[in-house]
Design a protein around this ligand. Sequence first.
Ligand code: 6PG
Length: 498
Amino acid sequence: MSEKKYDIGLMGLAVMGQNLVLNMVDHGFDVAVFNRTTSKVDDFLATEEAKSKGDKLTGAHSLKELVSKLKSPRKIMLMIKSKDAVPAPELALYPENAAVDAVINELIPLLDDGDVIIDGGNTQFKDTERRTKFLQQCGIRYIGTGVSGGEEGARRGPSLMPGGDPEAWPLVKDIFQAISAKVGPNNDIPCCDWIGDRGAGHYVKMVHNGVEYGDMQLISDAYWILKNALGLSNQELYEIFAEWNKSELDSYLIEITRDIFTVDDPETGEPLVDKILDAAGAKGTGKWMSQLALDLGVPSTLVTEAVYARAISAMKALRVHASKQLSGPKDAKFQGDRDEFIGQVKQALYASKICSYAQGFVQMQAAAKEYGWKLDCGKIALLWRGGCIIRAVFLERIKEAFDADPNLENLLLAPYFKNAVEGAQAAWRNVVKTAVELGIPAPGFTTALTYFDSYRSERLPANLIQAQRDYFGAHTYKRVDKPEDESFHTDWINVKKS
Ligand code: 6PG
Protein backbone atom coordinates (compact mmCIF):
# COMPACT_ATOMS: atom_id res chain seq x y z
CA MET A 1 0.00 0.00 0.00
CA SER A 2 1.44 3.38 -0.92
CA GLU A 3 2.01 5.82 1.89
CA LYS A 4 -0.52 8.60 2.34
CA LYS A 5 0.54 11.97 0.93
CA TYR A 6 -0.51 15.28 2.43
CA ASP A 7 -1.80 18.45 0.74
CA ILE A 8 0.51 20.88 2.46
CA GLY A 9 3.35 20.93 4.97
CA LEU A 10 3.82 23.54 7.66
CA MET A 11 6.99 24.27 9.54
CA GLY A 12 6.85 26.33 12.74
CA LEU A 13 4.50 25.20 15.47
CA ALA A 14 4.19 28.32 17.59
CA VAL A 15 0.54 29.17 18.26
CA MET A 16 0.03 30.89 14.89
CA GLY A 17 1.40 27.86 13.06
CA GLN A 18 -0.64 25.37 15.10
CA ASN A 19 -3.83 27.35 14.55
CA LEU A 20 -3.30 27.63 10.80
CA VAL A 21 -2.79 23.88 10.64
CA LEU A 22 -6.03 23.18 12.54
CA ASN A 23 -7.84 25.66 10.33
CA MET A 24 -6.55 23.91 7.19
CA VAL A 25 -7.60 20.51 8.50
CA ASP A 26 -11.07 21.84 9.39
CA HIS A 27 -11.40 22.89 5.77
CA GLY A 28 -10.68 19.41 4.48
CA PHE A 29 -6.95 19.57 3.79
CA ASP A 30 -4.44 16.96 4.95
CA VAL A 31 -1.49 18.60 6.67
CA ALA A 32 2.00 17.44 7.67
CA VAL A 33 3.81 19.44 10.34
CA PHE A 34 7.40 19.96 11.41
CA ASN A 35 9.18 22.05 13.99
CA ARG A 36 12.89 22.56 14.57
CA THR A 37 12.46 21.60 18.25
CA THR A 38 10.91 18.27 17.38
CA SER A 39 9.34 17.70 20.81
CA LYS A 40 6.89 20.45 19.77
CA VAL A 41 5.68 18.22 16.92
CA ASP A 42 4.92 15.39 19.35
CA ASP A 43 3.38 17.74 21.92
CA PHE A 44 1.13 19.27 19.29
CA LEU A 45 0.03 15.91 17.89
CA ALA A 46 -0.72 14.75 21.44
CA THR A 47 -3.22 17.56 22.09
CA GLU A 48 -6.86 16.50 22.17
CA GLU A 49 -7.69 18.82 19.30
CA ALA A 50 -4.92 17.45 17.06
CA LYS A 51 -5.79 13.87 17.98
CA SER A 52 -9.41 14.51 16.99
CA LYS A 53 -8.25 15.22 13.42
CA GLY A 54 -7.21 11.58 12.94
CA ASP A 55 -5.11 10.83 9.88
CA LYS A 56 -5.67 14.29 8.39
CA LEU A 57 -2.68 15.41 10.41
CA THR A 58 0.79 13.91 10.61
CA GLY A 59 4.14 14.91 12.05
CA ALA A 60 7.70 14.88 10.75
CA HIS A 61 10.96 15.04 12.68
CA SER A 62 13.08 16.48 9.90
CA LEU A 63 12.60 18.70 6.86
CA LYS A 64 13.46 15.69 4.71
CA GLU A 65 10.68 13.65 6.27
CA LEU A 66 8.25 16.55 5.91
CA VAL A 67 9.06 16.85 2.20
CA SER A 68 8.67 13.09 1.70
CA LYS A 69 5.12 13.20 3.06
CA LEU A 70 3.77 15.76 0.60
CA LYS A 71 1.82 15.47 -2.64
CA SER A 72 3.54 16.87 -5.69
CA PRO A 73 3.91 19.74 -6.44
CA ARG A 74 4.79 20.12 -2.79
CA LYS A 75 3.67 23.13 -0.80
CA ILE A 76 5.57 24.02 2.35
CA MET A 77 4.52 26.92 4.51
CA LEU A 78 7.03 28.46 6.91
CA MET A 79 5.62 30.08 10.04
CA ILE A 80 8.93 30.96 11.59
CA LYS A 81 8.35 33.05 14.66
CA SER A 82 9.65 36.59 14.42
CA LYS A 83 11.74 38.03 17.21
CA ASP A 84 9.94 39.15 20.33
CA ALA A 85 8.92 42.79 20.48
CA VAL A 86 11.55 45.12 21.86
CA PRO A 87 11.20 48.63 23.30
CA ALA A 88 10.89 50.97 20.34
CA PRO A 89 14.26 52.81 20.73
CA GLU A 90 16.06 49.51 20.33
CA LEU A 91 14.45 48.89 16.98
CA ALA A 92 17.51 50.22 15.21
CA LEU A 93 19.32 47.14 16.42
CA TYR A 94 16.65 44.76 15.24
CA PRO A 95 18.26 42.16 12.92
CA GLU A 96 16.64 41.02 9.70
CA ASN A 97 15.12 37.62 9.85
CA ALA A 98 17.83 35.29 8.53
CA ALA A 99 16.11 32.14 9.78
CA VAL A 100 13.92 31.93 6.67
CA ASP A 101 16.97 31.98 4.37
CA ALA A 102 18.54 29.18 6.38
CA VAL A 103 15.46 26.98 5.99
CA ILE A 104 15.16 27.80 2.28
CA ASN A 105 18.77 26.74 1.77
CA GLU A 106 18.06 23.46 3.51
CA LEU A 107 14.91 22.89 1.47
CA ILE A 108 16.31 23.56 -2.00
CA PRO A 109 18.12 20.20 -2.42
CA LEU A 110 15.08 18.37 -1.06
CA LEU A 111 12.57 19.87 -3.49
CA ASP A 112 11.74 19.32 -7.16
CA ASP A 113 11.03 21.79 -9.95
CA GLY A 114 7.67 23.43 -9.45
CA ASP A 115 7.41 22.87 -5.70
CA VAL A 116 6.25 25.83 -3.62
CA ILE A 117 7.73 27.47 -0.52
CA ILE A 118 5.50 29.93 1.35
CA ASP A 119 6.74 32.39 3.96
CA GLY A 120 3.87 33.44 6.23
CA GLY A 121 5.90 35.68 8.54
CA ASN A 122 6.12 39.46 8.73
CA THR A 123 9.05 39.69 6.34
CA GLN A 124 10.61 42.85 4.94
CA PHE A 125 9.43 42.90 1.33
CA LYS A 126 12.93 43.28 -0.13
CA ASP A 127 13.81 39.88 1.27
CA THR A 128 10.72 38.46 -0.44
CA GLU A 129 11.65 40.15 -3.73
CA ARG A 130 15.14 38.65 -3.52
CA ARG A 131 13.96 35.18 -2.50
CA THR A 132 11.30 34.99 -5.21
CA LYS A 133 13.84 35.81 -7.92
CA PHE A 134 16.48 33.51 -6.51
CA LEU A 135 14.11 30.55 -6.14
CA GLN A 136 12.72 31.10 -9.64
CA GLN A 137 16.25 30.42 -10.89
CA CYS A 138 16.23 27.19 -8.87
CA GLY A 139 12.89 26.13 -10.39
CA ILE A 140 11.08 26.63 -7.09
CA ARG A 141 8.02 28.81 -6.73
CA TYR A 142 7.95 31.20 -3.84
CA ILE A 143 5.16 33.02 -2.03
CA GLY A 144 5.55 35.66 0.65
CA THR A 145 2.20 36.10 2.30
CA GLY A 146 0.85 38.48 4.87
CA VAL A 147 -1.15 36.65 7.55
CA SER A 148 -3.15 38.93 9.79
CA GLY A 149 -5.56 38.38 12.61
CA GLY A 150 -3.34 37.09 15.37
CA GLU A 151 -3.78 33.68 16.94
CA GLU A 152 -7.57 33.77 16.83
CA GLY A 153 -7.53 34.85 13.19
CA ALA A 154 -5.20 32.02 12.26
CA ARG A 155 -7.62 29.54 13.83
CA ARG A 156 -10.97 30.96 12.67
CA GLY A 157 -10.05 32.82 9.49
CA PRO A 158 -7.21 35.25 8.90
CA SER A 159 -6.83 37.87 6.24
CA LEU A 160 -4.19 36.60 3.80
CA MET A 161 -2.14 38.77 1.46
CA PRO A 162 -0.09 36.50 -0.82
CA GLY A 163 2.42 37.74 -3.37
CA GLY A 164 5.42 36.21 -5.08
CA ASP A 165 5.68 33.93 -8.10
CA PRO A 166 2.30 34.11 -9.88
CA GLU A 167 2.68 30.48 -11.02
CA ALA A 168 2.43 29.43 -7.39
CA TRP A 169 -0.92 31.07 -6.80
CA PRO A 170 -3.19 28.51 -8.54
CA LEU A 171 -1.47 25.78 -6.52
CA VAL A 172 -2.36 27.24 -3.11
CA LYS A 173 -5.43 29.32 -3.95
CA ASP A 174 -7.98 26.73 -2.80
CA ILE A 175 -6.29 26.18 0.54
CA PHE A 176 -5.68 29.88 1.21
CA GLN A 177 -9.16 31.04 0.25
CA ALA A 178 -10.80 28.19 2.18
CA ILE A 179 -9.05 29.04 5.46
CA SER A 180 -9.35 32.83 5.20
CA ALA A 181 -12.00 35.01 6.80
CA LYS A 182 -15.12 35.61 4.72
CA VAL A 183 -17.10 38.80 4.25
CA GLY A 184 -20.02 40.03 2.18
CA PRO A 185 -23.78 39.71 2.53
CA ASN A 186 -23.58 35.92 2.22
CA ASN A 187 -20.32 35.61 4.11
CA ASP A 188 -18.68 33.97 1.14
CA ILE A 189 -16.13 36.49 -0.16
CA PRO A 190 -12.68 35.35 1.00
CA CYS A 191 -10.36 37.88 2.61
CA CYS A 192 -7.58 36.47 0.49
CA ASP A 193 -6.57 37.14 -3.07
CA TRP A 194 -3.39 37.39 -5.08
CA ILE A 195 -1.73 40.74 -4.39
CA GLY A 196 1.03 40.79 -6.98
CA ASP A 197 4.54 39.85 -8.00
CA ARG A 198 7.45 39.10 -5.69
CA GLY A 199 7.31 41.19 -2.49
CA ALA A 200 3.92 42.81 -3.14
CA GLY A 201 2.07 40.70 -0.56
CA HIS A 202 4.55 41.42 2.19
CA TYR A 203 4.57 45.10 1.29
CA VAL A 204 0.79 45.26 1.61
CA LYS A 205 0.96 43.39 4.93
CA MET A 206 3.54 45.88 6.15
CA VAL A 207 1.24 48.76 5.22
CA HIS A 208 -1.57 46.93 7.02
CA ASN A 209 0.61 46.90 10.11
CA GLY A 210 1.59 50.55 9.69
CA VAL A 211 -2.07 51.48 9.43
CA GLU A 212 -2.60 49.34 12.54
CA TYR A 213 0.03 51.47 14.32
CA GLY A 214 -1.84 54.60 13.18
CA ASP A 215 -5.21 53.28 14.35
CA MET A 216 -3.80 52.27 17.72
CA GLN A 217 -2.15 55.66 18.24
CA LEU A 218 -5.30 57.54 17.25
CA ILE A 219 -7.41 55.47 19.63
CA SER A 220 -4.82 56.13 22.33
CA ASP A 221 -4.94 59.87 21.60
CA ALA A 222 -8.73 59.77 22.04
CA TYR A 223 -8.38 57.81 25.28
CA TRP A 224 -5.76 60.16 26.67
CA ILE A 225 -7.66 63.34 25.84
CA LEU A 226 -10.92 62.00 27.26
CA LYS A 227 -9.18 60.76 30.39
CA ASN A 228 -7.10 63.86 31.02
CA ALA A 229 -9.29 66.69 29.76
CA LEU A 230 -12.56 65.33 31.13
CA GLY A 231 -11.28 63.01 33.88
CA LEU A 232 -13.40 60.12 32.62
CA SER A 233 -13.38 56.80 34.45
CA ASN A 234 -12.73 53.47 32.79
CA GLN A 235 -16.44 52.67 33.03
CA GLU A 236 -17.27 55.90 31.20
CA LEU A 237 -14.60 55.15 28.61
CA TYR A 238 -16.06 51.69 28.15
CA GLU A 239 -19.49 53.20 27.47
CA ILE A 240 -18.09 55.72 24.98
CA PHE A 241 -16.14 53.11 23.04
CA ALA A 242 -19.18 50.82 23.09
CA GLU A 243 -21.20 53.62 21.48
CA TRP A 244 -18.51 54.41 18.95
CA ASN A 245 -18.35 50.78 17.95
CA LYS A 246 -21.95 51.02 16.79
CA SER A 247 -21.08 53.87 14.42
CA GLU A 248 -18.85 54.45 11.39
CA LEU A 249 -15.93 53.66 13.73
CA ASP A 250 -17.14 50.04 14.10
CA SER A 251 -13.92 48.03 14.04
CA TYR A 252 -11.99 45.30 15.79
CA LEU A 253 -9.57 47.73 17.44
CA ILE A 254 -12.37 49.90 18.88
CA GLU A 255 -14.12 46.74 20.06
CA ILE A 256 -11.09 45.38 21.94
CA THR A 257 -10.38 48.84 23.37
CA ARG A 258 -13.93 48.90 24.73
CA ASP A 259 -13.38 45.52 26.36
CA ILE A 260 -9.96 46.40 27.76
CA PHE A 261 -11.66 49.00 29.99
CA THR A 262 -13.72 46.27 31.67
CA VAL A 263 -10.87 44.01 32.75
CA ASP A 264 -9.68 44.09 36.36
CA ASP A 265 -6.24 43.11 37.57
CA PRO A 266 -6.65 39.80 39.45
CA GLU A 267 -3.85 40.84 41.82
CA THR A 268 -5.17 44.21 42.97
CA GLY A 269 -8.76 44.20 41.76
CA GLU A 270 -8.11 47.56 40.07
CA PRO A 271 -8.52 48.20 36.33
CA LEU A 272 -5.73 46.30 34.58
CA VAL A 273 -5.13 48.99 31.96
CA ASP A 274 -4.02 51.38 34.72
CA LYS A 275 -1.47 48.86 35.96
CA ILE A 276 0.25 48.42 32.60
CA LEU A 277 3.56 50.23 32.15
CA ASP A 278 3.16 53.00 29.58
CA ALA A 279 6.11 51.91 27.43
CA ALA A 280 5.10 50.51 24.02
CA GLY A 281 6.98 47.65 22.36
CA ALA A 282 7.29 47.08 18.63
CA LYS A 283 8.49 44.38 16.31
CA GLY A 284 9.45 46.67 13.47
CA THR A 285 6.86 46.60 10.69
CA GLY A 286 5.73 50.16 11.49
CA LYS A 287 9.31 51.33 11.31
CA TRP A 288 9.76 49.58 7.95
CA MET A 289 6.72 51.33 6.51
CA SER A 290 7.98 54.65 7.71
CA GLN A 291 11.49 54.06 6.34
CA LEU A 292 10.10 52.94 2.99
CA ALA A 293 7.81 55.98 2.81
CA LEU A 294 10.91 58.15 3.19
CA ASP A 295 12.59 56.18 0.40
CA LEU A 296 9.62 56.86 -1.86
CA GLY A 297 9.26 60.48 -0.76
CA VAL A 298 5.64 60.03 0.25
CA PRO A 299 4.32 61.62 3.45
CA SER A 300 3.15 58.70 5.60
CA THR A 301 3.17 60.90 8.65
CA LEU A 302 0.65 58.94 10.72
CA VAL A 303 2.67 55.75 10.93
CA THR A 304 5.88 57.71 11.43
CA GLU A 305 4.39 59.72 14.26
CA ALA A 306 2.98 56.51 15.75
CA VAL A 307 6.45 54.91 15.68
CA TYR A 308 7.93 58.01 17.35
CA ALA A 309 5.11 58.02 19.91
CA ARG A 310 6.03 54.43 20.82
CA ALA A 311 9.69 55.46 20.98
CA ILE A 312 9.06 58.33 23.37
CA SER A 313 6.72 56.17 25.46
CA ALA A 314 9.47 53.59 25.86
CA MET A 315 11.81 56.24 27.32
CA LYS A 316 9.96 55.93 30.57
CA ALA A 317 12.81 56.75 32.95
CA LEU A 318 13.74 59.86 30.98
CA ARG A 319 10.13 61.01 30.95
CA VAL A 320 9.82 60.50 34.67
CA HIS A 321 12.92 62.64 35.14
CA ALA A 322 11.75 65.32 32.68
CA SER A 323 8.29 65.44 34.26
CA LYS A 324 9.93 66.79 37.42
CA GLN A 325 11.81 69.48 35.49
CA LEU A 326 9.46 70.74 32.78
CA SER A 327 6.02 72.14 33.40
CA GLY A 328 3.07 72.48 31.05
CA PRO A 329 0.23 75.01 31.05
CA LYS A 330 -0.55 76.17 34.57
CA ASP A 331 -4.08 75.65 35.95
CA ALA A 332 -5.43 74.79 32.51
CA LYS A 333 -8.86 73.20 32.81
CA PHE A 334 -11.30 71.95 30.24
CA GLN A 335 -14.02 74.52 29.64
CA GLY A 336 -17.04 73.60 27.63
CA ASP A 337 -19.74 71.04 27.21
CA ARG A 338 -18.48 67.56 28.08
CA ASP A 339 -20.92 65.59 25.95
CA GLU A 340 -20.34 67.83 22.98
CA PHE A 341 -16.59 67.42 23.42
CA ILE A 342 -16.87 63.62 23.54
CA GLY A 343 -18.67 63.80 20.19
CA GLN A 344 -15.91 66.03 18.85
CA VAL A 345 -13.22 63.55 19.92
CA LYS A 346 -15.06 60.89 17.98
CA GLN A 347 -15.05 63.09 14.89
CA ALA A 348 -11.37 63.89 15.35
CA LEU A 349 -10.67 60.18 15.53
CA TYR A 350 -12.65 59.45 12.40
CA ALA A 351 -11.16 62.28 10.34
CA SER A 352 -7.63 61.38 11.45
CA LYS A 353 -8.25 57.73 10.62
CA ILE A 354 -9.32 58.70 7.11
CA CYS A 355 -6.04 60.62 6.67
CA SER A 356 -4.10 57.62 7.95
CA TYR A 357 -5.71 55.23 5.47
CA ALA A 358 -5.35 57.80 2.69
CA GLN A 359 -1.60 57.84 3.39
CA GLY A 360 -1.39 54.05 3.45
CA PHE A 361 -3.02 53.73 0.04
CA VAL A 362 -0.91 56.54 -1.41
CA GLN A 363 2.21 54.71 -0.23
CA MET A 364 1.06 51.41 -1.75
CA GLN A 365 0.32 53.11 -5.07
CA ALA A 366 3.74 54.79 -5.07
CA ALA A 367 5.43 51.50 -4.17
CA ALA A 368 3.57 49.69 -6.96
CA LYS A 369 4.97 52.19 -9.44
CA GLU A 370 8.47 52.01 -8.01
CA TYR A 371 8.70 48.22 -7.72
CA GLY A 372 6.65 47.25 -10.77
CA TRP A 373 3.54 45.72 -9.24
CA LYS A 374 -0.08 46.07 -10.30
CA LEU A 375 -1.97 46.65 -7.06
CA ASP A 376 -5.75 46.70 -6.94
CA CYS A 377 -6.56 49.04 -4.05
CA GLY A 378 -10.26 48.12 -3.94
CA LYS A 379 -9.32 44.46 -3.62
CA ILE A 380 -6.86 45.24 -0.83
CA ALA A 381 -9.55 47.16 1.08
CA LEU A 382 -11.78 44.10 0.77
CA LEU A 383 -9.06 41.76 2.05
CA TRP A 384 -8.75 44.01 5.10
CA ARG A 385 -12.52 44.09 5.59
CA GLY A 386 -12.43 40.89 7.67
CA GLY A 387 -10.02 38.67 9.56
CA CYS A 388 -7.22 41.16 10.13
CA ILE A 389 -6.41 43.48 13.00
CA ILE A 390 -7.57 46.63 11.18
CA ARG A 391 -10.84 45.05 10.03
CA ALA A 392 -13.53 47.68 10.05
CA VAL A 393 -16.85 48.53 8.50
CA PHE A 394 -15.25 51.65 7.05
CA LEU A 395 -13.11 49.56 4.67
CA GLU A 396 -16.28 48.92 2.70
CA ARG A 397 -16.38 52.65 1.94
CA ILE A 398 -12.75 52.52 0.84
CA LYS A 399 -13.50 49.64 -1.48
CA GLU A 400 -16.41 51.57 -2.97
CA ALA A 401 -14.21 54.62 -3.48
CA PHE A 402 -11.60 52.61 -5.42
CA ASP A 403 -14.27 50.69 -7.34
CA ALA A 404 -15.73 54.02 -8.45
CA ASP A 405 -12.29 55.33 -9.42
CA PRO A 406 -9.47 52.76 -9.56
CA ASN A 407 -6.95 55.55 -10.16
CA LEU A 408 -8.11 57.59 -7.18
CA GLU A 409 -5.13 59.72 -6.20
CA ASN A 410 -6.03 60.12 -2.56
CA LEU A 411 -8.97 58.85 -0.50
CA LEU A 412 -9.55 62.40 0.74
CA LEU A 413 -10.71 63.26 -2.77
CA ALA A 414 -13.41 60.55 -2.90
CA PRO A 415 -16.82 62.18 -2.32
CA TYR A 416 -17.69 60.10 0.75
CA PHE A 417 -14.40 60.81 2.54
CA LYS A 418 -14.23 64.43 1.43
CA ASN A 419 -17.65 65.02 3.02
CA ALA A 420 -16.74 63.08 6.14
CA VAL A 421 -13.51 65.00 6.75
CA GLU A 422 -14.97 68.39 5.89
CA GLY A 423 -17.92 67.66 8.16
CA ALA A 424 -15.61 66.67 11.00
CA GLN A 425 -13.03 69.37 10.68
CA ALA A 426 -14.46 72.01 13.04
CA ALA A 427 -14.71 69.38 15.80
CA TRP A 428 -11.29 67.98 14.92
CA ARG A 429 -9.69 71.43 15.15
CA ASN A 430 -11.32 72.07 18.51
CA VAL A 431 -10.03 68.78 19.90
CA VAL A 432 -6.47 69.51 18.72
CA LYS A 433 -6.73 73.07 20.07
CA THR A 434 -8.00 71.82 23.43
CA ALA A 435 -5.24 69.21 23.67
CA VAL A 436 -2.63 71.87 22.89
CA GLU A 437 -4.10 74.30 25.42
CA LEU A 438 -4.22 71.67 28.14
CA GLY A 439 -0.76 70.31 27.31
CA ILE A 440 -2.03 66.82 26.48
CA PRO A 441 0.05 65.13 23.78
CA ALA A 442 -2.07 64.08 20.80
CA PRO A 443 0.52 63.13 18.18
CA GLY A 444 -1.86 61.23 15.90
CA PHE A 445 -4.65 63.81 15.77
CA THR A 446 -2.19 66.66 15.36
CA THR A 447 -0.13 65.14 12.59
CA ALA A 448 -3.28 64.06 10.73
CA LEU A 449 -4.65 67.60 10.84
CA THR A 450 -1.33 69.00 9.63
CA TYR A 451 -1.39 66.53 6.76
CA PHE A 452 -4.94 67.52 5.86
CA ASP A 453 -4.11 71.23 5.98
CA SER A 454 -0.92 70.77 3.97
CA TYR A 455 -2.53 68.54 1.37
CA ARG A 456 -5.40 70.95 0.78
CA SER A 457 -3.09 74.01 0.50
CA GLU A 458 -2.50 75.34 -2.96
CA ARG A 459 0.54 77.19 -1.65
CA LEU A 460 2.93 76.20 1.13
CA PRO A 461 5.96 78.07 2.51
CA ALA A 462 8.35 75.89 0.51
CA ASN A 463 9.11 78.94 -1.67
CA LEU A 464 11.05 80.26 1.33
CA ILE A 465 12.87 76.95 1.77
CA GLN A 466 13.88 77.07 -1.88
CA ALA A 467 15.11 80.64 -1.45
CA GLN A 468 17.18 79.60 1.59
CA ARG A 469 18.64 76.61 -0.27
CA ASP A 470 19.54 78.82 -3.19
CA TYR A 471 20.99 81.48 -0.86
CA PHE A 472 23.40 79.25 1.01
CA GLY A 473 24.06 76.52 -1.53
CA ALA A 474 23.12 77.80 -5.01
CA HIS A 475 20.68 74.90 -5.22
CA THR A 476 18.48 76.88 -7.67
CA TYR A 477 14.72 77.27 -7.66
CA LYS A 478 11.81 77.24 -10.08
CA ARG A 479 9.43 80.14 -10.55
CA VAL A 480 5.64 80.24 -10.39
CA ASP A 481 5.57 82.34 -13.57
CA LYS A 482 8.03 80.32 -15.69
CA PRO A 483 7.97 76.79 -17.22
CA GLU A 484 8.74 73.98 -14.76
CA ASP A 485 11.82 72.80 -16.61
CA GLU A 486 13.62 76.11 -16.09
CA SER A 487 15.81 76.65 -13.03
CA PHE A 488 16.97 79.94 -11.58
CA HIS A 489 19.72 81.10 -9.29
CA THR A 490 20.07 84.44 -7.57
CA ASP A 491 23.19 86.01 -6.11
CA TRP A 492 21.34 86.72 -2.87
CA ILE A 493 24.21 88.65 -1.26
CA ASN A 494 24.94 91.10 -4.04
CA VAL A 495 21.44 91.47 -5.44
CA LYS A 496 19.79 94.81 -4.93
CA LYS A 497 17.72 94.64 -1.73
CA SER A 498 14.51 96.58 -1.16
C1 6PG B 1 -1.47 41.08 12.53
C2 6PG B 1 -0.55 41.85 13.42
C3 6PG B 1 0.66 41.02 13.71
C4 6PG B 1 1.44 41.47 14.94
C5 6PG B 1 2.18 42.74 14.75
C6 6PG B 1 2.50 43.45 16.04
O1 6PG B 1 -1.70 41.57 11.43
O2 6PG B 1 -1.96 40.03 12.93
O3 6PG B 1 -0.17 43.02 12.81
O4 6PG B 1 1.41 40.97 12.55
O5 6PG B 1 0.60 41.53 16.03
O6 6PG B 1 3.38 42.39 14.13
O7 6PG B 1 3.40 44.41 15.71
P1 6PG B 1 4.19 45.28 16.74
O8 6PG B 1 4.81 44.35 17.75
O9 6PG B 1 5.22 45.98 15.93
O10 6PG B 1 3.19 46.20 17.38
